[in-house]
Design a protein around this ligand. Structure first.
Ligand code: GLP
Length: 274
């Protein structure tokens, strides 16, 4: 499907689409997800999606629900794995990502509850590492992720893979694990928790290696507050300090979908190599 108002170009082998506004970004992402589901169902009779939370993808899920309600899209043969979850947290806590996914998608489409996976914020800490390893084994046993949807934090995080000082080689190998949240992440999460001090300071996150192994990766960014980090991740050097820059290592399978505001830092590149 093509969109007259979309502009697209390649940068470093990654596809970059610039849509007029945040709604268009989300509609385009929903289309890519629907296409990925159809393609996987045709090839293997099932589809496996990696899903994201945050404010950016809310309209993506609304669109998928609309398509389901219109009878155009079924999740009956779809399995999902979410990127991350606060730790510790009850799935019933309205601030949990389990609860977010239920509100925005799982509770509104025909997905089988036992195929909608999130990392479990109630697992006792001594078992967290084993739970994370098991999550990766489940993804592998399901044949890997057909498409991983991503947002990007203002600090460049993907999932809750936070900026760090490790080498690129080490960063590319990061597995699913328990992590400490970065100060910028905590500041941004304050809107969901009432204050920065109330933000749960740890989380379980799918690892960088797990994300990069997906067959295709769609990363969304909207708003002027993301422009700087988008430019750094897309056009700067690969570095663990900006985890989204690690997507450059699997460039041919990555699609960025940006609104005009988030793409502002790319103006010099926009028509460079399309
Ligand atoms: C959250 C999530 C990320 C998300 C990011 C951006 O904390 N853990 O997966 O992509 O931060 O969030 P938003 O879309 O609200 O800007």
């Amino acid at each position: 499907m093509s969109h007259a108002d979309d502009r697209s170009f390649r940068h470093g082998g990654m596809l970059v689409r610039v849509a007029a506004d945040s709604r268009s970004v989300c509609l385009r992402a929903a289309e890519l997800i629907e296409e990925a589901i159809r393609r996987a169902l045709a090839a293997r009779g099932r589809a496996v999606l990696g899903l994201a939370t945050g404010s950016t993808p809310e309209v993506v899920y609304r669109r998928l629900v609309e398509r389901h309600e219109a009878g155009a899209l079924s999740f009956r043969d779809v399995t999902t794995y979410n990127l991350d979850e606060y730790y510790p947290i009850s799935p019933l806590d309205p601030r949990s990502y389990r609860s977010y996914m239920h509100r925005h998608l799982f509770g509104r489409v025909d997905i089988a509850p036992h195929r909608a996976h999130l990392l479990d914020g109630t697992v006792p800490e001594p078992f967290a590492a084993e739970h994370a390893a098991q999550f990766e084994r489940w993804i592998a046993a399901d044949g890997g992720l057909d498409l991983q949807l991503l947002g990007i934090g203002r600090n460049g995080h993907i999932g809750f893979n936070e900026p760090s000082e490790v080498s690129i080689a080490e960063a590319l190998r990061l597995p699913t694990r328990l992590v400490e949240l970065h100060p910028v992440t905590r500041a941004d999460a304050a809107r969901d928790f009432g204050s920065e001090e109330s933000v749960i300071p740890r989380a379980l996150t799918m690892g960088v290696a797990t994300i990069l192994a997906a067959r295709s990766i769609v990363i969304l960014a909207t708003g002027a507050h993301k422009a700087e980090v988008v430019a750094a991740a897309l056009t700067g050097p690969m570095t663990a300090k900006i985890p989204a820059s690690l997507l450059q290592s699997v460039a041919p399978k990555v699609t960025w979908i940006l609104d005009e505001a988030a793409a502002r830092g790319l103006s010099h590149y926009r028509f460079a190599d399309r």
